[in-house]
Ligand binder design. Structure first.
Ligand SMILES: [Zn+2]
Length: 253
């Protein structure tokens, strides 16, 4: 079985995922918890939580790579849920690596670029500013679709149930921001985007979308954020021959 030093792998990921592009991310991106020094089996998952940590321990994994890590802004205390989570990792000697906004934006491995690909949308440009950087993409379909047809495509590609709100426009120019990215609607209007696809449903987006005449597709926070970590896992398997597996823990939200 192939092995790689944790520190080398972590430094490689920092660079490959362009962590330095997002100094303002609240997530502490990079290695958050240090486990064993040598890595051969890697798990990727959306959320750092006890369910995922226990699965990783049961499968004998050395490192977990997640989109939503444990440490946001810094450590203020380690008790309750946080104590339990960290203890599970340390007891099993599993390292935790987190990559938040860089993994929404990344042009190769990022959630938004992967969403374009699985939905057969041709990439036109970045959009959707968040913490000083555009993390989404917008693109074009090969031809017009009705909103219902587009929703079917989204649901089957992402294995999700989408919440769809339409204002009569056909779907052709689509803006995508994974997770809770609805505030990108202002940029969508400026660019003449007819349909905004984001993860988490937002009541606040409704009247804006109504007045801007922008269709809304809420495909689920979880469902829009599995592609990035999976892409990173596939890359590590290809490049280093490390065994990687996806730990699925959908919230349905
Ligand atoms: Zn998210």
């Amino acid at each position: 079985m192939k092995h790689l030093s944790l520190m080398k792998l972590s430094a490689f990921l920092d660079k490959e995922l362009n962590l330095s592009e997002f100094p303002g991310d609240e997530s502490v991106n990079g290695l958050q918890v240090e486990g064993k020094g040598s890595v051969s089996k890697i798990g990727v998952a959306v959320d750092a939580c006890d369910y995922v940590f226990h699965k990783a321990a049961a499968r004998g994994l050395d490192l977990l790579i997640v989109h939503h890590g444990l440490i946001w802004g810094g450590i203020r205390s380690v008790h309750g849920v946080m104590k339990k989570r960290i203890k599970t990792l340390l007891d099993a000697d599993i390292s935790l690596y987190a990559c938040h906004l860089p993994l929404d934006w990344h042009p190769i491995y990022g959630n938004n670029s992967r969403l374009l690909k699985v939905l057969s949308i041709r990439r036109m440009g970045e959009f959707g500013e968040y913490h000083g950087k555009r993390i989404g993409y917008w693109g074009k379909l090969a031809g017009d679709l009705s909103l219902e047809q587009f929703a079917v495509r989204v649901e089957s590609a992402l294995t999700t149930r989408a919440t769809v709100i339409g204002f009569g426009r056909k779907v052709r120019n689509i803006g995508i921001v994974s997770g809770g990215g609805w505030s990108a609607i202002y940029d969508a209007e400026k660019l003449g985007i007819d349909t905004l696809l984001v993860g988490e449903p937002s009541h606040s987006a409704f009247t804006l979308a109504e007045e801007m005449q922008v269709n809304l597709v809420f495909a689920g926070h979880y469902a829009t954020e599995t592609l990035g970590v999976r892409a990173v896992g596939d890359m590590l398997q290809r490049k280093f021959g490390l065994r990687t597996e996806f730990i699925d823990h959908p919230s349905g939200l």
